[in-house]
Design a protein. Structure first.
Lengths: 320, 411
């Protein structure tokens, strides 16, 4: 692992430890959960260059599957997590297999259509999903694994620790995936799909696999989200949420997977802070997003990179 | 090598990036208010954006006025007021509520104007032991999902439908074939359920129902079906911008002979947004009208006019009266402790803006009247913009057999 990766992981771990001192447990947990959802989108969007507007569907399938199990059966957490990850992974595989055969605007529209398909399926299947009102009465499991003693996950600190451990573990796996040969094939296909195919890589298979893996981790994020407020709202599956996830990746920076959780944190905290300032805060938020897209195309990570030389110069000037 | 032009371009880019970064940093570092140690924090969790976006500011106006009229303190403790935008989404509402409880020490809140968000928030109120004063048309607040920590200010949907349909039965005895257009979530479904309960008692036939998602913008497909069914009454079981948009589009359908009834759709404040031809004769149900001649309402309306220059509607009255009621209960309890305040509120009898009012001990439903108004055309509205007249009042409570609150829980 490179030095920059080690530094990045150190900063991430430090942020996870410090966050509860600065924010409420619920906000800190939500940042981590959306950080994972954004990081799960990164192999597809950042590495593969495939701007998927179907990520909320994967997040929602995981959340509704895991949430339904937790609302109706007193199972250890392992089973809802696995079920959510598997359901989202399977759907993502099917979605990816069909969508990657088209490119540019057609790819985007296909992923958008899949998202709406899932949204209206959940909306219509009221008896199971709660329809527009969302899935309510989700109970956090009393045990994490079968045969192990129980943990009170209703205590905010316990839940935060659980989320932190799962998110950090998933992030390590995603980092491994991005650095793997699969990541390199996706990157090659992003730069020149024809050339990558000409030298023997099955780029459609690689892109489908990226979707499948993205689905698995998005599904895990969805299950954690269903536990966070004991409800799974249908808004989480709306296409707007897909757009939010794409923005989170963009705001963080497309150049590194470490940008995804940073983008998620900036996105959510900025919304929260601006909403305290002015009733019409979405106008300010829109201006900031436009500013980032126009002048900070490398995202917040690029800002850090640009500030580093200035800081070095400042520290050098201070030296005797 | 960096030439002069290069240096300038880089400098500008850095400047813009720095500005963007500065805005981001400033946004993230805005001070989070600390909870006042010796005070009590009241708050509103309301939509400032989305389908019910118009209501957020009005609820806030009424809430702030109630606190100001109480002198900004209760039992010698200062009252701090906060307002949070739920964006019309359950997930945002519960997160902002959770944060307000943990970061700001929120102990009493009014919310939510939208039933689905309010019900999601009631679960948080129960877990975090804070007092919720809800609005919205779902019966679940005081029914299947009743809670010791949640009180309902708005009328029960049974009371609303019974009042409006009684008026229609009196004034339009031949209007017996009803077509409903329903917002397809817990609010619209509650109204639909009681429209059928009350209507079947009157021998009405419900010849069709078009269910639409919350936040729908295109009603042509629903209105085409409704008009084609040739009903005597088109009954709108939606609210907020959904209802306004639906009525505007209905104006273009030319269904002039069809009576339009909206039992819980449009606030008085929104009447100017309705096309003149649609507004004239429109039958509307209301939770509040500012012309009520009660001592508390006269005081409220006068103060509201002084401060905001207009008469209050349902949203503002909900904000004002819910907080006024809690403050009254705190005075009677002699404490701001939530458990004691809840015990005092249960079964409390008092004079609200609506007149003599009580709270059902078993369900936490405010026992209160509901109002029917009739829309006027611009020509009849006069210079004061009086777009509707009060034509009926009813207060039939929900029959006990229809209430699903079996266990309201413990404190």
């Amino acid at each position: 692992m490179t030095r920059s990766r080690m530094v990045g992981l150190g900063v991430l771990a430090g942020s996870i430890l410090v966050a509860p001192a600065l924010l409420s447990f619920s906000t800190a947990s939500e940042l981590l959960i959306f950080g994972l959802a954004a990081a799960a989108a990164y192999p597809v969007i950042g590495v593969g260059g495939l701007f998927s507007f179907g990520q909320a569907a994967l997040f929602g399938i995981g959340g509704y599957t895991g949430g339904w199990l937790m609302a109706h059966a007193a199972l250890p957490l392992l089973w809802p997590l696995l079920a959510g990850a598997a359901a989202a992974g399977l759907f993502a595989t099917a979605m990816g297999a069909m969508c990657v055969r088209r490119s540019s605007i057609y790819f985007i529209m296909l992923t958008f259509a899949f998202n709406q398909l899932v949204y209206y399926a959940i909306y219509s299947w009221r008896g199971v999903t709660g329809g527009q009102d969302g899935l309510a009465d989700i109970a956090r499991p009393a045990r994490l694994l079968p045969y192990l003693p129980g943990v009170n996950l209703d205590r905010p600190v316990n839940f935060y620790v659980l989320v932190a451990v799962i998110v950090f573990g998933c992030f390590l796996l995603l980092l491994r995936i991005v650095d793997s040969p699969l990541g390199r094939v996706l990157d090659a296909a992003k730069q020149n799909a024809r050339r990558a195919a000409a030298i023997g890589y099955d780029i459609h298979r690689a892109q489908t696999l990226a979707f499948a893996l993205s689905g698995v981790f998005s599904g895990i994020a969805g299950v954690l989200y269903a536990m966070l407020y004991w409800i799974m709202p249908i808004d989480a599956v709306a296409w707007v949420n897909s757009g939010n996830l794409v923005f989170m990746v963009l705001i963080g920076g497309l150049g590194s997977i470490f940008g995804a959780p940073i983008g998620a944190a900036v996105f959510i905290l900025l919304q929260d802070s601006l909403s305290l300032v002015w009733d019409r805060w979405p106008l300010l938020f829109g201006l900031i997003v436009i500013g980032v897209v126009l002048f900070l195309q490398g995202g917040v990570l690029e800002l850090g990179g640009m500030l580093r030389p200035a800081l070095r110069r400042a520290s050098g000037a201070d030296a005797p | 090598m960096n030439g002069p032009g290069m240096t300038t371009a880089l400098g500008r880019r850095r400047l813009l990036s720095g500005a963007a970064g500065g805005v981001l940093t400033a946004g993230l570092c805005l001070p989070r208010f600390a909870a006042a140690a010796d005070g009590v924090t009241f708050g509103s969790i309301t939509p400032n954006t989305g389908t019910y976006g118009f209501a957020g500011k009005l609820v806030t106006n009424g809430s702030q006025l109630a606190i100001e009229m109480a002198g900004g303190s209760i039992l010698g403790r200062p009252i701090r007021y906060i307002s949070r935008d739920d964006e019309g989404r359950s997930a945002t509402g519960v997160r902002r509520l959770s944060d307000a409880i943990s970061d700001d020490g929120l102990s009493v809140f009014n919310g939510n104007y939208a039933s689905d968000i309010g019900l999601a928030e009631s679960a948080i109120a129960r877990r975090q032991k804070v007092l919720q004063y809800a609005a919205g048309g779902s019966e679940d607040f005081t029914g299947a999902r009743c809670s010791r920590y949640t009180f309902q200010w708005s009328a029960n949907p049974y009371t609303a439908m019974k009042t409006v349909m009684d008026y229609v039965a009196q004034t339009h005895p031949d209007a017996r074939r009803w077509y409903t257009i329903t917002a397809d979530y817990i609010f619209g479904q509650a109204l639909l359920k009681y429209a059928r309960v009350v209507g079947e008692g009157k021998g009405y036939s419900f010849i069709g129902n078009a269910a639409h998602p919350l936040g729908e913008r295109q009603y042509t497909q629903y209105l085409t079906q409704a008009v084609a069914a040739r009903p005597d009454v088109i009954c709108l079981l939606n609210a907020g911008s959904d209802a306004v948009t639906c009525l505007r589009q209905l104006a273009g359908f030319g269904a002039k002979d069809t009576l339009v009834v909206a039992p819980w759709s449009i606030e008085v404040d929104q009447l100017p947004e309705i096309p003149d031809a649609m507004r004239a004769g429109l039958i509307l149900g209301e939770n509040y009208v500012s012309t009520l001649d009660t001592p508390a309402n006269r005081e409220f309306v006068a103060a509201y006019r002084r401060k905001y220059g207009t008469a209050p509607g349902y949203s503002a009255a909900y904000g004002y009266d819910s907080f006024r009621t809690v403050l009254l209960a705190m005075e009677r309890a002699g404490t701001t402790g939530i458990a004691s305040v809840i015990t005092t509120l249960e079964g409390m009898q008092y004079d609200s803006v609506l007149g003599p009012t009580s709270i059902d001990r078993a369900t936490h439903q405010t026992v209160r009247p509901y109002f029917v108004i009739r829309g006027r055309a611009d020509s009849a509205a006069g210079a004061a913009g009086d777009y509707a007249e009060l034509v009926a009042t009813g207060s039939d409570p929900q029959p006990h057999a229809l209430n699903a609150c079996r266990d309201i829980g413990a404190l």
